[in-house]
Structure formats: structure tokens, C-alpha cells
Design a protein around this ligand. Structure first.
Ligand code: ADP
Ligand code: MG
Length: 547
């Protein structure tokens, strides 16, 4: 279809002013086109301007500008005189194929409708001017005329000149667009990384789901801890599959509510880690809305509030201890005096019985038994009132440099005499070179024995009781570990309360841990507990080192 261009008649058929009619209007056409292209920065716009200008400038029936650009693809614009504007009258696939098959370097024309790139009904002649960019044919300007006569030599020259201008302009703008796209992509990437870094730095665990309950965001903190999971494994997956350990009904209700109401919801949760330590969480479900106010995502934020909750509990405990202490100091003296009298009277009567003052009848035996009961019960009352007195005592006590290892050894020794049966093994793992601490030896021993007694009570079927010491920076740690029944989660927050006991009446007073707690906090220390139900419990005493 390639043919040498033959000069045909002039362009004077076109009305002057709108169409090219002579050399000067030809020049004007080219300079106008150049000026419009000056303000055009996108290849697609260049194609529009050129196609439109040529269509009206040369009185064609249709005109298309099509260029295949790297990174951008096929940029194409077609105009027709019938539509009087942009149209879709272009055989893109035919053109792409043509472009890939070593297209001719110079302009040519065709009258074979099967080869037309323009699919307008109105033309019977197509003039095709290849667009060269950086030495290669990257596209073409295709102009459709009603008949061959209308495509004069001058018009062909004009189209060729316009094609060169177009090539230059498209080349420039495509570089501009590529640079713009890269910088936009880079800026977006930069922004995405920054947002991710912000979310990863927050000291909370955070994830986001969309309306289909798929996870779209999962921050670093959500990757760690017992329920942590790597980000790569969860992004894009359904939240119910990922969090399969959570009760599905409750989780889906929480999400549905957030999507429906659009209100923030806060839920407090408690978990126990593998070592039995209790953690408290504040979980917030935060609905995220689009500009129309529709909830599109729900953000779940989990905050570790263990320290806060423990502090509140500690304050509560301290207040309770102080109240019990005040009550005790008032009451204990009042009770101790009559108790002493009761014990003394019982003792006197017992010795009278022994002396035979009341004779030797069977009734006297009853009397002896009852006096024994009065005596032992009064003794029990006294041990309770003594326990109570521990609260009220001013505990600043006798603080001297103490070797904890010795205290632990002697406590373990005392406890081993006290334990019932042989089925409890006592293990002592103490470091003999521990630094000294300033403490009241008697009180520390009392605390250790209270913990050890509880440990023995927790192992009715035997087990092992370990006394351990460690030094850790500025603190000394004493651990009392048992392999007993463990403490249920619901009891955890109550065990330090005075009078809280799970033991049968007469066996437990519920004062052991409360006193222990009081002693340790008085020493500027801390008492911690980790428990695993059915496996055992470890109480840890942290004491500051003496300086
Ligand atoms: P008591 O020993 O008189 O019951 P405590 O204050 O010493 O009072 O302990 C309170 C409660 O804490 C106990 O009744 C028991 O339920 C629980 N407890 C304490 N230590 C342990 C332990 N080592 N193992 C299991 N439960 C324990
Ligand atoms: Mg106890």
C-alpha cells in the first residue's frame, strides 16, 4: 500500500481562516499548532490537540494520533468531522499489529478499506505519517479524506510537518509524565513507609479489617506476645480464620456493632501467659469512616494495662490493709486481755483437776476435756489476733544488713519440720554470695514461711517445694515455687486480700499473703505471683539491694 506522494491540486477548496488554503495559512497552521503544544504537558493531551487541529485544519473526515510509549502504553486520540469531537473510530489492534511489524519510515497512503486504521464511514482515502521518536517509528498520524483529491501535496506536507512537531512534543511530554509518575509513586511509597513506621512505633498492638472482615493492616506489636503472629502470614486473610482461638460469635458481634453503630467501643480483657502471669488488656474497636460517613474499616487497638490495673489493685489492697490494721490495733488489745484471762482460768482449773480437787468421777474427765478445748481454742484465737496485730505494728522495725541465703536456709529448715508426710521434696537453690540487704530478718522469715506454708497446703498429694534466690542488678529475688494445684484466674486478684481464703474453716485465716504483702512493701519491695492451674505456683519477692 506504500506509494510515493504525488502533488495534487491546491488546498484552496477550504474556506480561508479555518482551513489551510495557501502557504501563509499553512505557516499559520503550523505555528498555531506549535503554540498549543507549548502548553500541553501530557502525551494524551498532545494527541488530542494534534488530532483536533489537523481534522479542522485540513478539512479531513477523521484524524487519529496514536503512539505506543514505554511505561504508558498506547496513547491514542481520534476525532471525526461527523462527531465533531473525540471519537472511538480507530482500529487499535490493527494499528498495534502494524506497529510491531517493522512499519515504513516514510508517509504513505492507502485506499484499501481493509487496511484502514480509521473506521469512519465517510472516508475512502487514508494518509499515514509515521511518528519517529528517538530514531524509531513509535506511532503515526492517520488522516482520513473523503477522496484522494482532497489530500493535496501541500496538505501532505503540512501533515508531515505537524507529525514532526507531534513527535517532539510527545517525546518531551512522555519523559515529563514518566518523571512525574515515578516521583508520585516514590512519594506514595515514602508516605506509606512513614505511616507504617508510625503504626509500628506505637506501644499498642493494632490491626485493621475491612468490611469483608479481611485484615488489611497488622502492626509490629501485634506480631509479638503470646497471641502475636507474623504480618506476612495474616495480611489479606479473614480475621476469623486468623484469630481462630477467640470465640467467633463474640468477635463477630464486636465487629458488626462497630460497623453498624460507628461508635468506639472499649472492652477490658484478661489473659494468662504460658508462665501463668496475668495480663490485663484494654481492647478498643475504632470504626473508620469515609468522607460520606460510611464505616469502611474497623481498627482494633490492644493496650497492655497490666501495670495500671495492678497499681489500682495495690492501692486498694494497701487501703484495705490500713483499714484492717486500724481496726485490729483497736480490737486486738481488747480481745487479748479477756483471752489471757480465759486461758489463765482454764489452766488453773486444769491444774486443780490434776490435783484431784474435783474428785475422780467420770464427769471430771469431761471437765478435763472441755478445759483442754477452751485452752486450745483460746490459743487459736490468740494466733488470729497475733496475725491481725502484724497489720497494726509499725513495721519500720529492726533493719540491719542481712544475709538472705541464711534466712532462706533456716526458713526451709523450719518448714521441713512442719511438713506433713514425706511426699514433699524440699529443694534449696540459694546463692551463698548474695549481696547483703537491709531488712528485718524476723519479718522476712515470717513472709517466706507464710509462702512456703501455702505451697505445702497446695500439694496435698505431694510434690516439690523450691526455695531459690537470685540477684538481678539492683534487686534480690526470692522465689518460692511449688508443683501444687495452682490458683484459678478469678482468685488471682483476691489472694492478697485480708481474710481471703479457699481453705476450710479452722485451716486458713486468709491473713498469710496479706501480711506477707505488707512486710515486703514495707521493705520497699514487690511481691509477684505466677500460677498455672494444676501445674503449680511461683511467688517472687523482689527486694532492693542495700547501698
Ligand atoms: P490462707 O493460707 O490462710 O488461706 P493466705 O493469705 O496465705 O491465706 O492465702 C490466701 C489464699 O491464696 C489461699 O487460701 C489459697 O487459695 C491461695 N494460695 C496462696 N498460696 C497458694 C499456693 N502456693 N498455691 C495455691 N493457692 C495458693
Ligand atoms: Mg496461708
Amino acid at each position: 500500500m506504500l506509494s510515493k506522494e504525488n502533488p495534487t491540486k491546491g488546498a484552496e477548496r477550504f474556506p480561508p481562516g479555518t482551513r489551510v488554503s495557501d502557504a501563509s495559512s499553512g505557516l499559520k497552521f503550523i505555528s498555531e499548532l506549535g503554540r498549543s503544544l507549548l502548553f500541553t504537558v501530557h502525551p494524551k493531551k498532545v494527541a488530542n490537540v494534534v488530532a483536533n487541529t489537523i481534522l479542522s485544519g485540513v478539512g479531513a473526515e477523521a484524524c487519529a494520533v496514536a503512539v505506543k510509549l514505554q511505561h504508558i502504553g498506547l496513547v491514542c486520540s481520534s476525532y471525526s468531522s461527523v462527531e465533531d469531537g473525540p471519537c472511538d473510530q480507530f482500529h487499535k489492534e490493527r494499528f498495534s499489529r502494524w506497529l510491531s511489524l517493522l512499519p515504513p519510515q516514510v508517509s504513505f497512503h492507502t485506499e484499501n478499506a481493509d487496511e484502514f486504521f480509521l473506521n469512519s464511514e465517510e472516508h475512502s482515502f487514508e494518509y499515514i505519517a509515521p511518528i519517529h521518536i528517538e530514531g524509531e517509528v513509535k506511532g503515526a498520524i492517520i488522516v482520513g479524506f473523503a477522496n484522494a483529491d482532497e489530500c493535496t501535496r501541500e496538505i501532505r506536507q503540512l501533515i508531515d510537518a505537524a507529525t514532526q512537531l507531534t513527535a517532539m512534543s510527545i517525546n518531551l511530554t512522555s519523559h515529563y509524565e514518566a518523571a512525574l509518575n515515578t516521583s508520585i509513586i516514590e512519594a506514595k511509597e515514602e508516605h506509606r513507609k512513614f505511616t507504617e513506621a508510625v503504626l509500628d512505633t506505637l506501644p499498642v498492638s493494632l490491626y485493621v479489617i475491612d468490611r469483608d472482615f479481611n485484615i488489611v493492616m497488622w502492626n509490629r506489636h501485634r506480631e509479638i506476645g503470646i497471641q502475636g503472629m507474623p504480618r506476612d502470614e495474616v495480611i489479606g486473610r479473614n480475621v476469623f480464620q486468623v484469630l481462630s482461638k477467640y470465640p467467633r460469635g463474640r468477635l463477630s458481634q464486636e465487629f458488626e456493632r462497630a460497623f453498624k453503630t460507628g461508635k468506639i467501643e472499649r472492652i477490658e480483657q484478661q489473659t494468662t501467659d504460658d508462665e501463668g502471669a496475668t495480663k490485663h488488656w484494654l481492647v478498643s474497636k475504632v470504626p473508620m469512616k469515609d468522607e460520606r460517613g460510611v464505616v469502611t474499616h474497623v481498627i482494633t487497638v490492644g493496650e497492655d494495662i497490666t501495670m495500671r490495673v495492678e497499681a489500682i489493685h495495690a492501692v486498694g489492697r494497701a487501703e484495705k490493709l490500713a483499714a484492717v490494721g486500724r481496726l485490729a490495733s483497736g480490737v486486738v488489745h481488747e480481745i487479748n486481755n479477756p483471752l489471757a484471762t480465759i486461758s489463765a482460768c482454764a489452766e488453773v482449773l486444769e491444774s486443780r483437776v490434776d490435783e484431784g480437787v474435783f474428785g475422780t468421777s467420770g464427769d471430771v474427765e469431761d471437765l478435763r476435756e472441755y478445759l483442754g478445748l477452751i485452752h486450745s481454742e483460746a490459743f487459736r484465737c490468740k494466733s488470729i489476733t497475733n496475725g491481725l496485730l502484724d497489720f497494726s505494728r509499725v513495721r519500720t522495725g529492726n533493719r540491719v544488713a542481712v544475709n538472705l541465703s541464711e534466712v532462706i536456709r533456716s526458713s526451709a529448715n523450719l518448714v521441713s519440720h512442719q511438713k506433713r508426710g514425706d511426699n514433699i521434696e524440699i529443694i534449696v537453690e540459694v546463692d551463698d554470695h548474695l549481696p547483703l540487704i537491709k531488712a528485718d530478718e524476723g519479718q522476712i522469715q515470717q513472709a517466706v514461711i507464710a509462702l512456703a506454708t501455702n505451697a505445702i497446703d497446695a500439694m496435698p498429694d505431694g510434690g516439690s517445694l523450691t526455695f531459690r534466690t537470685n540477684a538481678n542488678g539492683r534487686r534480690l529475688i526470692i522465689e518460692i515455687e511449688d508443683t501444687g494445684v495452682g490458683i484459678p484466674v478469678e482468685d488471682m486478684s483476691r489472694i492478697f486480700e485480708p481474710f481471703f481464703t479457699t481453705k476450710e474453716v479452722g485451716k486458713g485465716t486468709g491473713l498469710g499473703l496479706a501480711v506477707c504483702y505488707g512486710i515486703i512493701t514495707d521493705h520497699g519491695g514487690r511481691l509477684n505471683v505466677r500460677s498455672n492451674l494444676g501445674k503449680g505456683t511461683t511467688f517472687s519477692i523482689f527486694l532492693p539491694l542495700a547501698h
